[in-house]
Design a protein around this ligand. Structure first.
Ligand code: MN
Length: 487
């Protein structure tokens, strides 16, 4: 990695980039780290450059990129934070200081999970850019993890899964989230990883490419006929998400794999809806699988239309339809919001509204508990975020119970649910979940149906529907037994 590559990327994002300042940051950090080496044997400055490059890739602004270059200087060299402040100014020094503070968070197992999360939230509240630097720093450390002793590999991978990954999801930076997950997967479950990688990369590649080509041929022509410019991508399903589905849904690779996923990028929002109409006119939609996240974006700002249809050969095929702006937002999350605002010339400060809101709340709260509560009500609009034992984040309406959580994870988890652990303690099924709770559902494999009494306390529409549905199914089963021949 060279400083020129970083400058090139930064200029793509913003032509007015101060090239001299970036070069100067490089020379300063390079001199400060001197002969230091990474465990891989590379010069230490390579780690700083890789971190900065990833920041430029997710369209972080110039100060963040420079802070990325400087991020280990106060911690690991003779140069101090004061030196950074004097040479690069308050803003960059503030970001570097944030990173230095965060590096003091040490992972101490699941029991300290909430505490670490809280600290990350606090750092995020001060300036979300600190978290972005931390993510890119971590991602490069993960990529070079092979050079570390085994015990450290596992510790870093676990910590990443439990703390970094959920927050990357909250901020909608999917690109970083996926990359972190796949690397951690490799270290935490090496055997499963190897098997899955072989299946996906070697056995199934040709089949996948042929199927996607078929869709492109059929749909592409129709779109052109309607005058819609489009780009179709066969969506890269990352290995960890396949693995997770195999675990939670207890299904074989082939069943999950056989859901083909495509993404179509079109120029405007109205083209998204037109394209949806065209897809539904060619292939029959699976009725319960349509989601309009353009009209109703997800809490983290995610926008797209999702639909699943029975495609060629009757294979379930998932489409995501979006504009280029939505595409970049979904890959890069929060940073791309600023990027587009700047491009449109909107005078907007460095942070999106909800992040500034966090900052305000943090200044006004006396304790972290106050802070988390305020956050919940004012920023996430009465949504709470809870975590699965594997560190996945799920958002639920306030007042939700472990039963709501179970049905959100998967219908069968809800149907077969017998109990719940909340923060490692046995909890009643109607317990009201709190932001940051770690929820684990216990199931009994041969249990058929959920308890109808759960209807009295569940909050989500999804759980209510699933419980009612199970009741209808069992009523029909009884009928069928009583009257042979009924369908
Ligand atoms: Mn570092």
């Amino acid at each position: 990695m060279t400083i020129e590559q970083i400058i090139k990327k930064a200029k793509e994002n913003n032509p007015n980039t101060d090239v001299d300042l970036i070069k100067f940051a490089y020379e300063f950090a390079d001199e400060a780290h001197g002969n230091q080496k990474r465990k891989t044997g590379e010069p230490y400055i390579q780690h700083c450059l890789h971190t900065a490059f990833m920041l430029a890739q997710i369209k972080a602004d110039q100060s963040t990129i420079i802070a990325g270059i400087l991020h280990d200087v106060p911690e690991d060299t003779d140069r101090t934070l004061e030196d950074v402040k004097e040479l690069f100014g308050e803003e960059i020094a503030f970001l570097v200081e944030g990173i230095t503070k965060l590096s003091k968070i040490k992972y101490r197992g699941v029991e300290r999970h909430r505490e670490s999360l809280r600290k990350m939230f606090l750092a995020m509240a001060e300036d979300v850019r600190v978290i972005l630097i931390k993510f890119c720093d971590r991602l490069h450390n993960l990529r070079t993890l092979d050079a570390q002793p085994d015990e450290k590999k596992i510790r870093i991978a676990k910590e990443t899964m439990e703390i970094y990954v959920p927050i990357a999801g909250l901020l909608g930076i999917w690109r970083l989230k996926w990359q972190m997950e796949d690397i951690c997967f490799k270290y935490l479950y090496p055997e499963d990883y190897k098997k899955l990688e072989y299946k996906y990369e070697v056995e199934k590649r040709t089949e996948r490419n042929q199927y996607i080509q078929k869709i492109k041929d059929i749909l592409g022509q129709k779109l052109l006929d309607q005058g819609i410019n489009y780009k179709i991508e066969g969506r890269f399903k990352h290995l960890y998400s396949i693995y997770k589905k195999m675990q939670t849904k207890d299904r074989r690779f082939d069943e999950i794999y056989d859901v083909f996923a495509l993404r179509i990028i079109v120029p405007s929002v109205s083209d998204c809806y037109k394209t949806l109409g065209i897809i539904h006119s060619i292939w029959k939609p699976k009725s319960d699988r349509f989601k309009d996240y353009i009209a109703v974006p997800k809490p983290n700002g995610y926008r797209s239309l999702h639909t699943t249809v029975f495609g060629p050969e009757n294979k379930a095929t998932e489409f995501q339809l979006r504009t280029m702006e939505m595409q970049e937002e979904s890959l890069y999350g929060v940073p791309s919001h600023w990027h587009y605002k700047q491009k449109r010339g909107e005078k907007e400060s460095k942070q999106p509204n909800w992040v500034r809101e966090i900052l305000k709340i943090q200044q006004q709260s006396e304790t972290t508990d106050d802070f988390i509560n305020e956050l919940k009500i004012n920023v996430f609009h009465n949504r709470i975020f809870v975590f699965s034992p594997k560190g996945d984040v799920f958002d639920l309406p306030e007042g939700s119970s472990p039963v709501d959580f179970a049905f959100l994870v998967h219908t069968e988890i809800g149907n077969k649910m017998t109990g719940a652990l909340v923060n490692d303690k046995i909890a009643p099924l109607d317990q009201v979940l709190k932001n940051g709770d770690l929820v684990e559902i216990t199931i009994q494999k041969n249990r058929k149906a959920p308890n109808q009494n759960w209807l009295k306390f569940v909050k989500t529409h999804r759980a209510k529907e699933k419980i009612k549905h199970a009741e209808r199914v069992s009523r029909f089963e009884k009928l069928r037994k009583m009257i042979p021949g009924i369908k």
